[in-house]
Structure formats: structure tokens, C-alpha cells
Design a protein around this ligand. Structure first.
Ligand code: GLU
Length: 296
């Protein structure tokens, strides 16, 4: 196996401590496996993209000593590939147009909640649009045992999600004409030959959907590792929305040391004086913690 990992930031602001932790974990995992590490700019969600943020993130990664092995991929340049994947799914009858508005779905979820049943999309448009205009495209999820998606997360252990009861038929093409993250990430990871996904645990809940989508598209499922997310003093995930500050690029070792501690890595008593010293100690610590024996 030729290891290929990636870091896939959404350019909604500068790199902050939470995203640094994901970047560092994916970088160390690639180094410990002597594999390739790629960067993808997840700018699929045009309304959330902040001009200049992607360039800023790329420059920060460079200054922090994490160098992508190949030219970064931008999701905004890959629309034709998402369309092709949707066409493939249409041809197999796995997707259907949905005419439900957010309000209709929210109302049905409230009713379901009141009955104490599932909070998944109820599948209203499975049988047709009922005279409503098509708004989004949804992927049909299986019922019964086939709906149970299981995977072994390298950090969090065995995981199971029932797609039918916990998620329901999910959106691949949104009503606002944007591609859904779930489709883009699966198509991009497959095209880039990604073998190992290392990212924050906030994306754990998406993984079963992505694995199911990989099966529908006939592409391989990578190994997954979800690192604990960084939270603020209120226990909320650190994000640009709740005031995460940009990293100080003049002092990369301070932030990297803190990120390594968040990942539970023991770097020894001597603080590293250079980025090189830091990465060599951190890679060894990561390999030990994750039980990786590099073959090359
Ligand atoms: N772009 C996503 C985010 O920043 C991460 C995608 C992924 O790692 O799969 O939340």
C-alpha cells in the first residue's frame, strides 16, 4: 500500500488552533507511514468561503513546516467530477429529486420527535415529487441490516451508524445549487487516491454516509482516524464563529507544541529548538501512540 493522506480545510477564515490540530495529526500520520500528504481546499460552499482565507491557510501551513507533496486541489475546480458522480448514481436509480422545503422537513422532524421516533429525513419524495418543483437530489439509503454501516476508527475504536434511522436519505446536490460536502469529499478523496483520512471528530458523524456513498460509487473506503476536537471554555468546538483566533505565525513552535499536547504526544523534557527537531520528536511519538511501524 502507498499511503496517501490529506488535510482538507474549509477556507472560512485563517487557520486556528482547532484546525492546526487536524493538520498536524494528518501530517504526522503521513510522516510516520512515510507516505504522501496532500492539501485540498474545500471551498465548495461558496456562501461560507472568505476571500483570501485559502491563501492564508496555505501560507501558514508552509510557515509551520507542513509542505504538501503535490499542488493543492481546489474543490471549486472540480464541479464536473461531482456532476459525473451524480449522473452515475442517477443511472443506477440510487438518487431522486426532492421537493421538500426546509420548513416541511423541520415540521416532520418535530412531529417525529413528538412521537419519539426517528429524526431522519422521512423519505417524503421517494415516491415522487407530489407536484412540487425539484429542489435537491437525495441518495436513497437502504433499510434493515444493509443500513448498518460499521467501521473501525483508528483513534475512537469501532463505530456503527444506522443510516435509515439516524440519517435518512441524504442530500448530494443542495436546493441552493451547491454540491453537498458528503459527495464532494468522497469524489475528491477517491480521485486523489487517499488511503487514510485523519480529521477532527466533529466529522465522525459524516463517515458512515461517506462509506455508503463510496460503496454506491464503487470506490475504495480509506482508513479513518478522528482526533478529539478542541473546545473552548463552554465546551463548544473551536471555530471561527465562536472566536477562535488566528495562529501567531511568528511562533510556530508554541502552537505546534500545544497541538501535540492536545494529541497526547510526549515530546521529552527538552523543548525542541527548531521545526525539524519538533517534527522528528512528534512523528516518533505519534508512531508510538498509534502503533505504526513504517515499512519503507
Ligand atoms: N473541509 C472539512 C472541514 O474543514 C473537512 C473535510 C474532511 O476532512 O473530510 O470541516
Amino acid at each position: 500500500m502507498t499511503y496517501r493522506g490529506r488535510f482538507a480545510p474549509s477556507p472560512t477564515g485563517p487557520l486556528h488552533f482547532g484546525s492546526l490540530v487536524s493538520a498536524l495529526a494528518s501530517w504526522l500520520d503521513a510522516r510516520a507511514h512515510r507516505g504522501a500528504w496532500l492539501v485540498r481546499i474545500d471551498n465548495i460552499d461558496a456562501p461560507r468561503t472568505v476571500p483570501g482565507a485559502a491563501e492564508d491557510i496555505l501560507a501558514t501551513l508552509e510557515r509551520f513546516g507542513m509542505h504538501a507533496g503535490e499542488t493543492p486541489v481546489w474543490q471549486s475546480e472540480r464541479m464536473a467530477h461531482y456532476q459525473q458522480a451524480l449522473e452515475q448514481l442517477k443511472s443506477t436509480g440510487l438518487v431522486y429529486p426532492c421537493g421538500c422545503t426546509r420548513k416541511e422537513i423541520a415540521d416532520s422532524l418535530v412531529r417525529a420527535h413528538a412521537r419519539n421516533t426517528t429524526l431522519a429525513y422521512p423519505g417524503t419524495c421517494r415516491t415522487g415529487l407530489h407536484g412540487k418543483p425539484a429542489r435537491a437530489w437525495r441518495l436513497r439509503v437502504p433499510d434493515g441490516e444493509a443500513a448498518m454501516i460499521r467501521f473501525d476508527d483508528r483513534w475512537q475504536g469501532p463505530q456503527t451508524q444506522n443510516l435509515a434511522t439516524e440519517v435518512g436519505d441524504f442530500v448530494l446536490r443542495r436546493a441552493d445549487d451547491q454540491w453537498a460536502y458528503q459527495l464532494a469529499v468522497v469524489v475528491d478523496d477517491a480521485d486523489a487516491g487517499i488511503t487514510h483520512v485523519v480529521r477532527g471528530a466533529d466529522l465522525m458523524d459524516s463517515t458512515a454516509r461517506q462509506i455508503y456513498l463510496q460503496r454506491c460509487l464503487g470506490v475504495p473506503t480509506p482508513e479513518y482516524l478522528h482526533v478529539p476536537v478542541v473546545t473552548n471554555e463552554h465546551g463548544e468546538k473551536l471555530s471561527k464563529q465562536n472566536g477562535a483566533t488566528a495562529l501567531d505565525s511568528d511562533e510556530p513552535l508554541d502552537a505546534l507544541g500545544a497541538a501535540a499536547r492536545h494529541l497526547g504526544l510526549e515530546l521529552g523534557s527538552e523543548p525542541p529548538a527548531t521545526l525539524e527537531q519538533f517534527y522528528s520528536a512528534a512523528t516518533a511519538a505519534w508512531a508510538k501512540r498509534m502503533n505504526i511501524r513504517a515499512s519503507a
